[in-house]
Design a protein around this ligand. Structure first.
Ligand SMILES: NC(=O)c1ccc[n+]([C@@H]2O[C@H](COP(=O)([O-])OP(=O)(O)OC[C@H]3O[C@@H](n4cnc5c(N)ncnc54)[C@H](OP(=O)(O)O)[C@@H]3O)[C@@H](O)[C@H]2O)c1
Length: 275
């Protein structure tokens, strides 16, 4: 599939934070050929800077960018999606695959605004894609075939891991793994701050906190063991860890994290309908 992508013409519309991360990764990994890639942003001055930095054509002309594209990757904010879909509708090729990473925007909405039969894949990646450790949930629209889903999967596998989910779960994926890095950074920062409080130099404390979180996540992914079992293995009876856990329970860390994901999930369902 990755060989197949090399022959495809890709248009990335809205090459901001996330679009830029994906585009940079694709170019670095030679997943797409630079001469077959074009991108857009809203502001012309940003387009020129980005074009210079990436070595691909970047403009603010969405119509031109999609005209010959085999794959159109929509990366603008949900609130800008409608306008862009209406703008590109007459110019998107009949067989082009449209992939959207916009939170809150259902595949049916894109189909409705781009015309019947357009193959659409909805994806929800996260910013950890910048270092190849991304997590993306994908689902397909009514007219996307298995081959379209595989193509999208290859594009997100290139920047981390991909899971296919039912579309009804996409807001939950947004609340958990797309917002998740922000929650994880707050936990990490707090652990590092704690290290400073108990006397460690800040750089050492940050390294200890970051590598510990990375290691713990790797153990869960590699063993498949339940996190509670792994936690029990660290918790010696009458040792230090249980004293720390008591503080976490008293501070309601678990319920706070659960509520954070629930709130972010609910919010993910609202964005499209705002101006
Ligand atoms: N950031 C995340 O962690 C994350 C994770 C998963 C999904 N997403 C989704 O990714 C999308 C973008 O988020 P982001 O954080 O990358 O936002 P962002 O940095 O603001 O990027 C949005 C980009 O869209 C461009 N844009 C706006 N209107 C446009 C138009 N009419 N035509 C062409 N380009 C246009 C902007 O151009 P200018 O730069 O010129 O203003 C900007 O480059 C959102 O839908 C979000 O739900 C984000």
């Amino acid at each position: 599939m990755t060989r197949k992508l090399l022959d495809q013409k890709l248009a990335v519309l809205g090459a901001g934070k996330l679009g830029g991360i994906l585009l940079r990764a694709y170019l670095k990994q030679k997943l797409f050929s630079p001469k077959r890639v074009s991108a857009t942003v809203l502001h012309g001055d940003k387009a020129a800077t980005l074009s210079k930095g990436l070595g691909v054509g970047v403009t603010s002309d969405n119509r031109k960018a999609v005209a010959e594209a085999d794959i159109v990757l929509l990366c603008m904010k949900p609130q800008a999606i409608r306008e862009v879909l209406e703008e590109i509708r007459p110019h998107v090729g009949e067989k082009a695959l449209v992939i959207s990473v916009a939170a809150s925007v259902p595949t049916s909405y894109i189909e409705q605004h781009l015309g019947p039969k357009v193959p659409v894949v909805r994806a929800m990646p996260n910013t950890c894609s910048a270092v190849g450790c991304g997590m993306t949930g994908i689902c397909r629209g009514a007219h996307a075939a298995a081959e379209h889903l595989e193509m999208a999967r290859a594009m997100f596998d290139a920047v981390g891991r991909t899971v296919v989910v039912d579309e009804k779960h996409m807001d939950a994926v947004t609340g958990l793994s797309a917002s998740g890095p922000a929650f994880a950074y707050i936990i990490l920062e707090s652990l590092a701050e704690a290290g400073v409080k108990v006397g460690l130099p800040r750089d050492v404390a940050t390294l200890l906190a970051a590598q510990t979180m990375k290691g713990s996540a790797s153990v869960v992914l590699e063993t498949g063991d339940h996190p509670a079992l792994l936690k029990d293995a660290v918790t010696t009876p009458a040792g230090c860890t249980i004293d720390g856990i008591l503080e976490l329970e008293e501070g309601k860390l678990r319920v706070t994290l659960i509520k954070a994901v629930v709130k972010a999930t609910l919010r993910a369902g609202e964005l499209l309908f705002e101006k």
